[in-house]
Design a protein around this ligand. Structure first.
Ligand code: IYR
Length: 328
């Protein structure tokens, strides 16, 4: 796989392709980052962007993980003290998950976001950005009802982070795209460059395949789950024996979250996937890419129950080091 393909594999959106190609051509010394509001425990959503950081490290990028404590505070996630304690735990879990500590720079937002120059640049950007633009950027991020001034400041700070962390590439899930578009449009107004961005897909709700999996609603998978929890959750997942499920009666689109987790979590981290089956049901199946597994599920060669059994085993292996860290 060439550097561009590795950097962009499994991305939903690359802004822009030409800009990322230029980075891929000369990755030496290039920096990429993801920011996370510290939250109790690492879950499958964090793990998806972390997979992308692991790809970027493999391609030669320097990787920055922003533990966005001030952002979490502005989004009503607790006191500074609570949030910072959570950030420390989260950092350990990221390392346990597979981010190479020697190649990853972990930064707490408050280390630089309270500096005078940052605050003055923030105010300059506030002058240029309309309230409605900031509010729109937050549609998929804000927690709770209503919009506070804090939530309007949030995306402007996120834009400024790209400048202050001196990164060449900003990564986030698709829910971050409007913040990144704001950054692309508005940073030039304070004399900074438009940043290059890349967005990872959102995984559908495990139980229904509708909407996106989230830690606040529905079923998610996290590093706190036991092996049995994972088996139960995966067994209960929506997984029709076709790669292109029909919409619901209400016309809502349904994804197959079991296939999505194979595609975005399992195949990027394992060279091959073995689905164990008793001889009487045809024996083991062995896959070295996602497409052949998806094709077998669609054709009926691979039964959803067998796919789920394998998925639970591989997920458990990915989660085990982080789970051990939590138990310490
Ligand atoms: N908005 C993110 C957290 C975040 C991301 C970046 I990239 C920042 O520079 C700052 C905060 C979230 O929703 O978790």
């Amino acid at each position: 796989m060439d550097a561009y393909d590795l950097i962009t594999r499994n991305a939903s959106e690359v802004v822009t392709e030409d800009e990322v190609r230029a980075l891929a051509d000369d990755p030496e010394g290039k920096r990429a980052y993801v920011g996370y509001e510290p939250s109790g425990v690492l879950h499958i959503g964090h793990m998806l962007t972390a997979n992308k950081l692991i790809d970027l490290q493999a391609a030669g990028f320097e990787v920055v993980v922003l533990l966005a404590d001030v952002h979490a505070y502005l989004n009503g996630k607790g006191t500074f003290e609570e949030i910072r304690q959570t950030a420390e735990r989260m950092k350990e879990q990221f390392i346990a998950y597979g981010l190479d500590e020697s190649q990853t720079e972990f930064v707490l937002g408050s280390e630089y976001q309270l500096d005078e120059s940052y605050v003055l640049d923030l105010h300059a950007l506030e002058l240029e950005t309309t309230l409605s633009r900031a509010e729109r950027a937050m549609a998929e991020i804000k927690s709770g009802e209503g919009v506070t001034v804090a939530q309007a400041v949030y995306p402007i700070m996120q834009a400024l982070d790209i400048v202050y962390l001196d990164v060449d590439l900003a990564i986030g899930g698709m829910e971050q795209r409007k913040v990144h578009m704001l950054a692309r449009d508005m940073l030039p107004s304070i004399g900074e460059e438009s940043p290059t961005c890349m967005h990872t897909p959102l995984i559908a709700d495990l139980g229904t395949g509708i909407g996106k999996m989230s830690s606040s609603a529905g079923v998610t998978i996290s590093m706190e789950d036991t092996t049995e929890d994972i088996e139960d959750k995966v067994n209960g997942a929506f997984c029709p024996p076709t790669a292109d499920p029909d919409p619901t009666d209400e016309g809502e689109e349904r994804e197959n979250p079991v296939l999505q987790i194979f595609e975005y979590h399992v195949f990027p981290r394992f060279e091959r996937v073995v689905v164990e089956r008793p001889e009487q049901y045809g024996g083991n199946l062995d896959y070295d890419d996602y497409e052949s597994l998806a094709a077998d599920l669609e054709s009926g060669e691979l039964h959803p129950a067998d796919a789920k059994g394998a998925l639970a085993d591989y997920l458990d292996e990915l989660i085990e080091p982080g789970r051990a860290k939590i138990a310490e």
